[in-house]
Design a protein around this ligand. Sequence first.
Ligand code: 5GP
Length: 190
Amino acid sequence: MADSATTGRMLVISGPSGCGKSTICKALLTDERVVFSVSATTRPIREGEVDGQDYIFITPDAFRERAASGQFIEYAEVHGNMYGTLREPMDTALAAGSVFLVEIDVQGANQLKQQGIPGIYTFIAPPSFEILRERLVGRGTDAPDVIERRLKKAHDEYEERSKYDHIVVNEDLDRAVNEVRELAGLGRAD
Ligand code: 5GP
């Protein structure tokens, strides 16, 4: 039996883009017991991102090498780029008793679940697709065709929600964060 006092837990967060996953994760990370899983990706770095902190930005060749040598516990192509969760930081965080926070798309979460990797599988849902559209437009980072593609993907991803252990509707940020904190055994923030 794993000793919960010394063995950490993996908290898997996924859900459609624009549903507030990243904001929820940022709030969770203010708790020092939570360690963020820094994924490797082939997508170009965005303004404001820090290499090694937001993602490890690597070339497609380097990604393939890491995948071939078994460094990922899962990887997937998302919006035309590769993303993978690294095994080594997960082992370190779990051994230290931390909550290892993995923010990945639904394909990645399915892969982890199918491998029987223990975790708290949590789907973050938007209150409605209308609100999701408004959020994606309001973000101002994507062209209209990209928004339509993301919305289509969001619909597809939404269909996957029943595969998760928990569904948290992000209508009110504080409430959603507290719900996730409780699921992860962190207790409420307020
Ligand atoms: P973005 O490029 O906007 O940061 O992320 C795009 C999507 O990739 C998000 O849905 C995010 O959750 C997902 N993602 C980030 N890292 C990983 C990963 O390591 N594996 C998988 N499968 N998806 C990831």
